[in-house]
Design a protein around this ligand. Structure first.
Ligand SMILES: [Zn+2]
Length: 273
């Protein structure tokens, strides 16, 4: 069914003309962002990877643990996203997390096809997921509304802006709980401190905890082990306060990246409360 929907969506896009593939009435583009700073020479090139079945980004030995009871808070507030694109490539998977009764966050790139950058059309948001018949909540379909920075929508220089705020059409957070947000955490508080990183891959929720290092005011490196599909999962402290969104794996599995919750991102969240 999913593939049929994807093909139908592609046919409509062809009829509606060139350039239509990046336009979606599900996604509102945010313009209030400065142009990204030029990356420093020593930084790793940005490498978003989220669809292909590449190796896990384990750093050293894999220290992650499987979350045996994903229905228990805070794991209950972590989303497994089954995304159907508006292109011929079918769909992809990602992670996210609740931050309010009807609001969640993910990485912005999770809303775009990794192969052609066409926007997501339908998303099934699962919580407390064990398998296709055993989960706490599933919010299905195309009634969500996402807000993403223009850099992400255009797929250019978006490493520092790789987030999305999504409004769901029901108060899922009443059943799942949700994370707190801690914004503008100073560099010296982050540097060397350890945080949880917990995300879904192929329906299994795993967690690691490791240290982070700020790169600049908008993003940081973290050393927790992650996998494909973990994009969009929370980086959070012992008090379940999210300080960053996991967005990408670095080269050769030596490090991972996360977008920090800056004041402007926090303001965008507040705008939807
Ligand atoms: Zn595609």
């Amino acid at each position: 069914m999913k593939r049929i929907i994807a093909w139908l969506a592609a046919a409509v896009l062809l009829l509606s003309g060139a350039g239509a593939e990046n336009i979606s009435d599900r996604i509102i583009i945010l313009d209030d962002f400065p142009a990204p700073a030029a990356p420093a020479e020593e930084r790793e090139p940005w490498k978003p990877v989220h669809l292909a079945e590449a190796d896990r980004a384990t750093i050293g030995s894999d220290e992650r643990v499987i979350i045996a009871r994903p229905e228990e808070y805070p794991y209950s507030a972590i989303a497994y996203l089954d995304v159907t694109g508006s292109c011929v490539h079918g769909g992809w998977y990602a992670s996210g997390f609740m931050i309010e009764k009807d609001l969640m966050m993910t990485a912005g790139h999770c809303l775009y096809c990794p192969l052609c950058h066409a926007p997501a059309q339908e998303i099934d948001f699962y919580f407390g997921y064990r398998n296709a018949r055993n989960y706490t909540v599933c919010n299905r379909g195309d009634s969500w509304q996402a807000y993403v920075p223009r850099q992400v929508a255009e797929g250019k220089d978006y490493q520092r802006y790789d987030y999305a705020v999504i409004r769901l059409d029901e108060n899922v957070g009443v059943k799942t709980g949700y994370f707190a947000i801690r914004h503008d955490v100073p560099d010296d508080e982050l540097s060397g401190a350890s945080f949880h990183v917990t995300g879904y891959r192929n329906g299994v929720l795993r967690q690691d905890m490791d240290r982070v290092e700020p790169v600049d005011e908008r993003y940081l490196i973290h050393y927790a082990d992650t996998e494909q599909q973990n994009s969009g999962c929370p980086v959070y402290d012992q008090d379940n306060r999210v300080i960053a969104i996991h967005t990408a794996e670095g080269k050769e599995g030596t490090r991972n990246y996360a977008v920090r919750i800056t004041g402007d991102i926090y303001a965008e969240i507040e705008r939807h409360r």
